[in-house]
Write a new protein. Structure first.
Length: 89
C-alpha cells in the first residue's frame, strides 16, 4: 500500500506465509510503480521478509527496508486495518 495515496500497488493471494508469495507481490508492485527514487518498504520481522530471496528482489539501491519494532503492532496499523476489511468481505 502506498501510504500517500492509499493505493494498493502490489498484492498476491496465497494460502501460506511463504517467501514465494511475498516475492510475487513485490514483482507485481514493480510492474505497477515507477521506481525513479528509492522506495521505503515496510514490513514486520517475519522470516519471509528477512530471507535472502526477499533481499535480492528488493535491492538497497531501489528499496529502503523498514521493519516493525519487536512487539509493536502499531507500526503496521494502516495495512492491518486494510487486511481486516478484506477479511470481513
Amino acid at each position: 500500500m502506498d501510504l500517500y495515496s492509499r493505493a494498493i500497488v502490489g498484492w498476491h493471494l496465497s494460502d501460506s506465509l511463504s517467501t514465494a508469495g511475498v516475492i510475487k507481490a513485490i514483482e507485481n508492485s514493480k510492474r505497477n510503480t515507477v521506481l525513479d527514487n528509492p522506495v521505503i518498504i515496510h514490513s514486520d520481522r517475519g522470516a519471509q521478509y528477512v530471507s535472502k530471496a526477499y533481499l535480492e528482489v528488493t535491492p538497497a539501491d531501489k528499496f529502503i527496508h523498514s521493519y516493525s519494532r519487536k512487539g509493536n503492532p502499531w507500526d503496521n496499523a494502516v495495512i492491518e486495518s486494510f487486511h481486516s476489511l478484506i477479511k470481513r468481505e
